[in-house]
Design a protein around this ligand. Sequence first.
Ligand code: UT7
Length: 323
Amino acid sequence: MIRRAVPVGIGHYLPERVVPNSHFESFLDTSDEWIRARSGIERRHFAAEGETTSQMATRAAQQALDMAGLKPDDVDAIVVATSTPDLTFPSAATMVQSALGMTRGFAYDVQAVCAGFVYGLAQADALIISGQANRVLVIGAETFSRIMDWTDRGTCVLFGDGAGALLLEAAEASGDKADRGILATDLHSDGTYRDLLYVDGGVSTQTTGHLRMQGKEVFRHAVEKLAATAEAALAKAGLTDDDITWVVPHQANIRIIQATAKKLGTPMERVVTTVADHGNTSAASIPLALSIAVQDGRIKTGDIIVTEAIGGGLAWGAVVLRW
Ligand code: UT7
């Protein structure tokens, strides 16, 4: 018998303000048509003034706990994937811990930009397999609207805010591919590509900075690397493309999602897409999409889910789990 990290609760939160593509037409040389055609995005949510990443993360986490019928003190660890924390420190995760009223366990952030949730799942898996935790909340939460350069039409039309949370619980399992829970993880980064997607500010430069992206180059890497990491994770799990029930990809661009699905041989009816409604919410995009597809009944117990993401670093990876 081995230990597996099995999903027991999921939740999400989207800020109230919905911003349609037409919003950008008033101050940028852009159009709803261009944004839809090149990215698949139709609208996104922006956090209200004063609304923070940890507040959104807390709302998503509470939903996940409610679904599982558990209390905050039933959780051993909180891992928040974010590149847009409220403060430099303490971590957003400890802020969520206190906001939930959790008085035990431990909490920390992981920062792998858009791949953050996949990295967070790998962390939770390792904590559970090693016996350091029995229940781990993995949260992806972002306020990317705070780091947009509103004069850069190549980036500011693409991103949005939100949060999603997945609660994983240790379960004794046989160790084969029929088990529920996380079956395999596959992580990569290559810092030589740091200039393709970055924020030109940070604590030691005493600025907040804005997101900068060479979109075309990132697009090229995404199409090449996402299918490869998904295939690698499937192989580690002893599964093939034919076993996939749902692909739940990072939601950056519908054309990247389509190209990756095609390489995996997965029809688009088997791919969960939220990019039209959320834009790119970085580390929040996968748990948001997962939560929505669980709540609307698409994802069912026993389904094989493949998640994959790429972002600044470059950092990328995939996780295969059985719901
Ligand atoms: O989540 C992290 C990972 N990020 C990604 O995966 C994003 C990857 N990249 C992309 O999604 C796409 O590259 C973009 C959506 C960012 C851009 O799409 P593209 O098809 O690669 O367009 P492009 O950058 O090659 O730009 C084509 C044209 C350019 O004009 P010229 O040089 O051909 O005259 C741009 O200046 O479109 C122009 N353009 C715009 N036009 C209207 C760029 N942004 C806009 C805009 N509205 N918002």
